[in-house]
Design a protein around this ligand. Structure first.
Ligand SMILES: C[S@@+](CC[C@H](N)C(=O)[O-])C[C@H]1O[C@@H](n2cnc3c(N)ncnc32)[C@H](O)[C@@H]1O
Length: 318
């Protein structure tokens, strides 16, 4: 048996078979619930990127009380969205659609009879190319698309849970999420493989900026909407385009960035045009190489400032 097939047959793979889950991913949502108590008081839930349906199974079993009460809770409504069709599930309405489309948001709202959702979860993943930067970029785009459709359907105070790749530019995504949620925590459930940079953001207390009007023109995946991004103003522009290689502001040739070094010295750093912004340590190396900095000042800042470390194994608030 090859290494990868052995990996697939880990404890959660076996448990999923035993307990009738469609995928081992079910345990990720169950473990996130143990940690964050996601399901209390939830009557309307949306599962984005749901196929083959193990997260929808978890929602159905937990929210409709099939396990605990042995009866259905008819109050509960669950909608599952995916590009692909999936086998029917008790108590789950399926929408075969694209989460980047406003029509999908409208369909969800129709199903909830105009009421907003209490919880939106998204375990979405694009087809992996094997090129890490490309995969990270596409995953980030999918997360922003999930966030965007969530702003159409989630109630104020509601919760959003989504898969995130903890790549080198993950802090940009955290800052996007923190615009909309007062609590953003990054969690790595035990069932998520240590070898993967996958983690989950648990975003609590949805509180969009005052005056924010949900629209689908922000994410870069679909340019077919009428709203011109440049026409959007104030809080409606808060979802900025995401660049896997850096922050757009690095392209402002006239902008300077404060650089705080271990010795306490501060520098005003102006990046050359067309150069992606660097984390502090790389910036220091760049300055050192160009004789702009003493050797002592160029030494590595402590780890807590370096955002490019390996994936965390425990939960961390961001
Ligand atoms: C890892 S699977 C989800 C597994 C699921 N949570 C479960 O537990 O069974 C990722 C899913 O994302 C879906 N997906 C990717 N992009 C999408 C999009 N733009 N709209 C809807 N679904 C999408 C894929 O079709 C795929 O089924």
């Amino acid at each position: 048996m090859g290494r990868s097939s052995k990996d697939k047959r880990d404890i959660y793979y076996r448990l999923a078979k035993e307990e009738g889950w469609r995928a081992r991913s079910a345990f990720k949502l169950l473990q996130l619930d143990q940690e964050f108590n996601l399901f209390t008081g939830v009557n309307r839930a949306v599962d984005l990127c749901a196929a083959p349906g193990s997260w929808s199974q978890v929602l159905s079993r937990k929210l409709r009380g099939l396990e605990e009460k042995g009866e259905k809770d008819e109050e509960v409504k669950i909608v599952a969205v995916d590009l692909q069709a999936m086998a029917p599930l008790a108590g789950v309405t399926q929408i075969q659609g694209d989460i980047t489309k406003v029509s999908t948001a409208q369909e969800i709202i129709r199903h909830f009879e105009g009421q907003p959702a209490d919880l939106v979860v998204c375990d979405g993943a694009p087809d992996v190319t094997g090129l890490h930067d490309v995969d990270e970029y596409i995953q980030a785009q999918l997360l922003l698309a999930a966030l965007n459709i969530t702003t159409h359907v989630l109630k104020p105070g509601g919760t959003f849970v989504a898969k995130i790749f903890r790549g080198k530019d993950v802090t940009l995504l955290y800052s996007q999420l923190k615009i909309f949620f007062s609590g953003v925590t990054c969690a790595k459930p035990r069932s998520s493989r240590n070898s993967s940079i996958e983690a989950f953001v648990v975003c609590q207390n949805y509180s969009p900026p005052e005056g924010y009007v949900p629209n689908m023109s922000n994410p870069l995946l679909d340019h077919s909407y009428d709203v011109d991004f440049n026409q959007l103003e104030g809080p409606n522009r808060v979802i900025v385009p995401f660049l896997a290689c850096g922050d757009l502001s690095a392209f402002d040739s006239d902008r300077t960035y404060p650089l705080q070094l271990d010795s306490g010295k501060r520098y005003e750093y102006t990046p050359p045009t067309q150069l992606p912004i660097r984390p502090p340590y790389q910036q220091a190396c760049h300055l050192r190489k160009n004789n702009l900095l003493s050797r002592e000042d160029a030494k590595r800042p402590d780890q807590s400032q370096d955002e490019t470390g390996p994936p965390a194994k425990s939960n961390s608030s961001v």
